[in-house]
Structures are given as structure tokens and as C-alpha cells.
Design a protein around this ligand. Structure first.
Ligand code: XMP
Length: 578
């Protein structure tokens, strides 16, 4: 999978793996010789235009090796551009659902796929003239070149995204490419990799012991269990740092995993965060305090000496979503734009990585594959089914404000002056939130598309007073607010677990915002989302009865003036609010 810069690249690779075929992401410019052993090559989508200076390109030699190549979206445009076709800026972009007409051909790439079908598009430029040797096999009303083929050279391109669920027959395109065109076999199963991973761990450890900072999340717990199995419990130590920013009952849960000690650092973290309101500042401080705690532990337990290395639960998308500092194995920089700094990539850890004193046994696996590995190891479902929880914990779900500010009326609703992060295009933005009066996802999407500067839309479930009478209050990460959020989060988790709702959603953040009244200064925002790997996400609905029961308990909490529901998809709004 050649990464031309799209967050879709990982999704494409994951979908190929879901078919039972191993796929690896490499920078788009990777020389043909380095990928000569691949059975096939897919060039991913991406946000650039082939005419932008410095836009991702590919080694033209990949088209002459005889290996099949499939270009997706930008990948199709790049292929057309490099092989002598013509790409031009579209009159307007085409985003969302479209109907594709695919001609009947005997080409294995399009076997059984001819006819009219729903696809999903996200592009501005279009291929105007396909390169010599190619024929156009698919079109939509607005895109005349939606699928191209040169069967003799086994080169193919599609303008739509086969990897997203909205492309109804998308998996059949990927399946045709990997099995019928490339001749791959269904032989990739992460569960069968366990002995191999254990071998890699032993090799990386080279007789040294491994030390883990375990977070209680799926990734670090599975990585920890793998190392214990590979090296024996005696050679693997784990510490769980209680930052004071964890969820209710978390420390007890993690203790139950066994083989760990708990480091209490609540006072240190909360002290460093006292009075801080800026989202990035919080993240930065937490990252720094983490390094400080890590260094203290390393010192006090003499882990700095050569007998120890650090174990981490880094998974494949982590290595790219933070900008892929290490790049692909060929050394090029990965193209996914920097969305957030994940704290397992902070400077202190970078030093250890550079010194080679680190083992990351899951770094080539996707989340669902990590769960499969965990199952193979016999870890409890309760652990494996946990939703992801961010490293900085409740701190980034407890929004703060520097000063009081009123809620402002706007044409389409009310502007709530808190700072919430969004991702539009490939860059992030902080913006106030729009509150509308209806639980209407379609309207929320239309509003974020239309109104510049609005990247998140919420609707009230219940409020003590009309929203227009509420204010945003100056607020910090005080123990009282953290306790309020912790209670709210515990209520939501309990109810969504008992109802089975937590198994229907990918993640369910509960956010505290400083919006309320004098007596009840805060509001709770519910943010259940569906996602594949967190890179894109859909806000999902909830049965009214379930929502009512959650809301009743939340409204009974001290200091809570209202309960809201986040209607925003990602993009434009990130899953977390900070
Ligand atoms: P966003 O908010 O970027 O989140 O849509 C995508 C996924 O990443 C998690 N996340 C984080 N995880 N440290 C982490 O360990 C962080 O700073 C962080 N920020 C977001 C988020 O919970 C979601 O699963």
C-alpha cells in the first residue's frame, strides 16, 4: 500500500488484511526495487492534487515490473498523470454518495461487478483523459472517468473509495484485485503470528528484561502479556501510573491484570495542571509529567542500566497518525498529516527508540488484529472489548475556559463559546460549538459544511434552564470538576454496558463543558461514535429510552446544568473534544 497522504490509506490496508492478505503501508515514493516482492501494489487516496508542488508521487518503474497496480482516488490520478494521461481540477468537488455505472467486461478486476451501484467519492481533481492503453470502464453523472483499466499490463484505477462501507460492493473490488488479479492466497491470520511475535520479542530483548508502563488499554495489556509469555514473568515488569486523570475503578481493574505495580502520581499531575486551561498545554504538561514519572521510576529501579529495555503497546496506525516520525522502513517520511501528538511518541520515548532500547511487539497490527492476538493468548473479553481511552485521560475530556462568556444567538442555533477541536481537510482547528434544537444528524452535517468556523454541533437532551440563559464559566481542571466528570463517565459506562450499547459503538467519550448556571456550572456531552480505527468516525444515534435513563442519572449529579448530545461526524469534529 503506497501512502499518498490519505487517512484512508490505513483503512485500505486494513480492509485488505481483513480479506486474509497481508498488506503493509510504505511511503508513496518507495523505489520499485524495494517492493519487488509484493504480489500487488495499491496507491492510496490522498488530499493533494498531482499538480501541487511537492505532492506525493510514485516511482514510475512500478508500472513496468509486471506487478498489478490499483490506484485509488488520488492513486488513480497519479497513475494517469505518470503514464501520460491528463488530470484536471474538477469544476467543483464531489464528496459523498454517487451512482457508478460499470461496463460489463471479462476483466478479472471487475468480475461480477458490472451495472449500476452506490459508491462513495471524495475528490476535487478528475482524470480527463486516461493514459494510452487504458480504457474507461466506469462513470458517474459528474465523473466521466470513475474506473479505468489496462488489463494487458494489469494496471487499474478507481476514482471512488472501495474501502469505505458506503461503497456497497467495495470489498468485492479489493477482493477481485488481491485474489483474481494478484493471485494472492488467503493466508494472513494475526492469531497464527503469536509464535513469530514471541520470537521477535526474544530477539529484540537479546537477554535483557522488559519494562512496561501499562495503561489498562487493550494495546499495552496485550503487548505486556505477549512479552511475559515470550520471556517469562520474571523478565517482564509493569507499572501502572495513576495520574489522577483516570476513570472510576480503573486502578482496581488494572491491578486485576496481574504482574503489575501501581505508581501513585495523582498529586504530581494535578499540581502541574492546576490553573491550566489550554488543550495543547494540558497535553504537553501531561506528556512531560509522564516522562518525569517514567524517569523517576527508571532511576529508582535501576532500569537505566543495560539489562533493561522498554516495552510499548504501539500499534500500526500510531506510527503514522502522529506524523510517522520514524517513517517507513525505507526511511521516507510517512504522509498522513499530523493530527495529534500521541503521548507514546514524546521526546523521552523517542530517545529510547533511537537508542534501540525498545520493543513494540504490536507495531505492525491494527486494533482488531490486536484483539485477535489477545484472544489467542486467552486474555479476558472484558479487557479485549474495552473502548480506546486516550493517554491524557479525563484531562482532555474536561474542557476549561479562561473567562466567563455568554452563549450567543446565531441564525441556525446558539454559539457555545468553548474551544473544541476539529479536523477539516488534514489540519486541525479550535472553534466554538453550535447548539441546535433538534437531534438531527443530517442538519448538523449540513451546518458544519455550510458555516465556516463551526466544526461541531450539539443538541440538548435536557437542561435545567433554557440554553440561552446559560453561560460559559471560567474553569480549570479542579478536583471537583474532575470528580464530576468521573461520576458522569461511570454512570454512562455502567448503563451502556448493562444495555449492551457499548458493544454497538466504537467509543463513547463523555465530556464535561463549563456551560451552566451559578449553582450548576457544568454540562455533560455524550459522544458515542462508530469507527473503524478512530481516523474517521460517525456520530451514532441512541434509543430514546436508553438516552432518557442516562440523562436522568446525569441530571441528578451535583453541579450539572444540562446533558447534550454531539451530532458531529469526524471529519469535521475529532472524536475527543480537545
Ligand atoms: P481524535 O480525537 O483525534 O481521536 O478523533 C482519535 C482516537 O485517538 C484517541 N486520542 C488519543 N489517544 N492520546 C492518546 O493516547 C491522545 O492525546 C489522544 N487524543 C485522541 C481518541 O480517544 C480516539 O480513540
Amino acid at each position: 500500500m503506497l501512502d499518498a497522504g490519505g487517512q484512508y490509506c490505513h483503512l485500505e490496508a486494513r480492509k485488505v488484511r481483513d480479506l486474509g492478505v497481508y498488506a503493509e503501508v510504505r511511503p508513496s515514493e518507495t523505489p520499485a526495487a524495494e517492493i519487488a516482492s509484493a504480489r500487488g501494489i495499491i496507491i492510496s487516496g490522498g488530499p493533494s492534487s498531482v499538480y501541487d508542488p511537492g505532492s506525493p508521487t510514485a516511482d514510475p518503474a512500478i508500472f513496468a515490473t509486471g506487478q498489478p497496480v490499483l490506484g485509488i482516488c488520488y492513486g488513480q490520478q497519479l497513475m494517469a498523470h505518470l503514464l501520460g494521461g491528463h488530470v484536471r481540477p474538477g469544476d467543483r468537488g464531489e464528496y459523498g454518495l454517487a451512482m457508478l455505472d460499470l461496463v460489463a467486461t471479462s476483466d478479472p478486476m471487475f468480475a461480477s461487478l458490472s451495472g449500476r451501484q452506490q459508491i462513495w467519492m471524495s475528490h476535487r481533481d478528475v482524470v480527463e483523459t486516461p493514459p494510452p492503453g487504458f480504457s474507461v470502464v466506469g462513470r458517474t453523472d459528474t465523473c466521466a472517468v470513475a474506473a479505468i483499466a489496462d488489463p494487458a499490463r494489469r494496471l487499474y484505477g478507481v476514482q471512488f473509495h472501495p474501502e469505505v462501507v458506503h461503497t456497497v460492493r467495495g470489498m468485492e473490488y479489493l477482493s477481485n484485485f488481491v485474489f483474481r488479479v494478484c493471485g494472492c492466497e488467503r493466508d494472513w491470520d494475526p492469531r497464527h503470528r503469536v509464535p513469530l511475535i514471541e520470537g521477535e520479542i526474544r530477539q529484540a530483548a537479546a537477554g535483557r528484561s522488559v519494562f512496561f508502563f501499562v495503561s489498562g488499554g487493550v494495546d499495552s495489556s496485550v503487548a505486556f502479556a505477549l512479552c511475559r509469555r515470550a520471556l517469562g514473568g520474571e523478565s517482564v515488569r509493569g507499572v501502572y501510573v495513576d495520574t489522577g486523570l483516570m476513570r472510576e475503578g480503573e486502578t482496581e481493574f488494572v491491578r486485576g491484570l496481574g504482574g503489575l505495580t501501581v505508581e501513585h502520581a495523582e498529586a504530581q499531575f494535578l499540581g502541574a495542571l492546576a490553573g491550566v486551561t489550554g488543550p495543547e498545554k494540558k497535553r504537553h504538561i501531561i506528556g512531560e509529567e509522564f516522562v518525569r514519572v517514567q524517569e523517576r521510576i527508571i532511576e529508582s529501579r535501576s532500569l537505566a542500566d543495560e539489562r533493561w529495555i522498554l516495552g510499548q503497546g504501539t500499534i500500526y496506525p500510531d506510527t503514522i497518525e502522529s506524523g510517522g516520525e520514524r517513517g517507513g522502513e525505507s526511511g521516507g517520511a510517512a504522509k498522513a498529516a499530523v493530527i495529534k501528538t500521541h503521548h507514546n511518541r514524546v521526546a523521552g520515548i523517542q530517545k529510547l527508540i533511537q537508542a534501540g532500547r525498545i520493543v513494540e511487539p504490536l507495531k505492525s497490527f491494527y486494533k482488531d488484529e490486536v484483539r485477535e492476538v489477545g484472544r489467542e493468548l486467552g486474555l479476558p473479553e472484558e479487557l479485549l472489548d474495552r473502548h480506546p481511552f486516550p493517554g491524557p485521560g479525563l484531562a482532555i475530556r474536561c474542557l476549561c475556559a479562561d473567562s466567563d462568556a455568554p452563549v450567543e444567538p446565531a441564525a441556525d442555533g446558539l454559539i457555545v463559546p468553548v474551544r473544541s477541536v476539529g479536523v477539516q481537510g488534514d489540519s486541525r482547528s479550535y472553534a466554538p460549538v453550535l447548539a441546535i434544537d433538534a437531534m438531527d444528524h443530517a442538519r448538523a452535517t449540513a451546518l458544519t459544511n455550510r458555516i465556516r468556523g463551526v466544526n461541531r454541533v450539539i443538541a440538548p437532551v435536557e437542561t435545567r434552564v433554557p440554553i440561552a440563559q446559560m453561560r460559559v464559566h471560567a474553569a480549570t481542571l479542579s478536583p471537583a470538576r474532575l470528580a464530576r466528570l468521573r461520576r458522569a463517565d461511570a454512570i454512562v459506562r455502567r448503563i451502556s454496558h448493562h444495555s449492551g450499547y457499548d458493544r454497538k459503538v466504537w467509543q463513547f467519550p463523555v465530556i464535561l463543558i463549563p456551560l451552566g448556571t451559578g449553582e450548576a456550572p457544568d454540562s455533560v456531552v455524550l459522544r458515542p461514535v462508530d469507527s473503524v480505527d478512530g481516523m474517521t468516525a460517525q456520530s451514532v444515534t441512541m434509543e430514546p429510552e436508553l438516552l432518557r435513563s442516562m440523562c436522568a442519572e446525569l441530571m441528578a449529579l451535583e453541579g450539572v446544568a444540562g446533558v447534550f448530545y454531539d451530532l458531529t461526524h469526524k471529519p469535521p469534529g475529532t472524536i475527543e473534544w480537545e
